[in-house]
Ligand binder design. Structure first.
Ligand code: ZN
Length: 157
């Protein structure tokens, strides 16, 4: 959705328009609509939630997700701040050490391939799912995790 900038924060169209109406009420009519200082008046619209950013952008007022895309750094930042996800880099040796009774062996008793994995954990970090993977590198691992955990545009967080 469109985003508006006001006093260094991003706002959704609904909250930005509300704020504009409030300001318009005691604003000189000669300046209405032509005040270009975002400290004084919500500026926008900027498409796609304000564009690519280093984190997910939410409306400062109502916390709706504005639907922006993430930079490569932003993907890693958001993945590392997801609660209850554990990321692991497993070597063949790690998998052998874990043993055939562990989740690192499949139903046929064959060891899983080495690589990057993730799994969901309960709060407190006991594994709560089988590992997903392997992924060849950390960036691809992060991309898969963030795809599974992308916030819904228009939903409140
Ligand atoms: Zn809002």
């Amino acid at each position: 959705m469109d985003a508006y900038i006001y006093q260094s924060d991003l706002y959704c169209p609904t909250c930005a328009n509300k704020r504009r109406l409030e300001l318009d009420a005691d604003y000189p009519s000669s300046l209405q609509g032509i005040e270009y200082d975002s400290d004084k008046y919500p500026q926008g619209p900027f498409p796609d939630g304000g564009g690519e950013a280093d984190s997910f952008q939410y409306c400062a007022q109502c916390r709706v997700f504005l639907g922006n895309e993430l930079t490569v750094d932003g993907i890693q930042y958001e993945v590392e701040h997801l609660p209850d996800i554990e990321m692991l880099r497993m070597t063949s040796e790690n998998i052998t050490d874990a043993g055939p009774e562990s989740c690192w062996y499949d139903d046929e008793g064959e060891p899983l391939q080495p690589g990057y994995y993730y799994r969901y954990c309960t709060p407190g970090c006991l594994p709560d799912s089988d590992p997903y993977g392997p992924y060849p590198d950390y960036a691809i691992l992060c991309q898969h995790i963030i795809d599974e955990n992308w916030p819904e545009e228009g939903a409140t967080y």
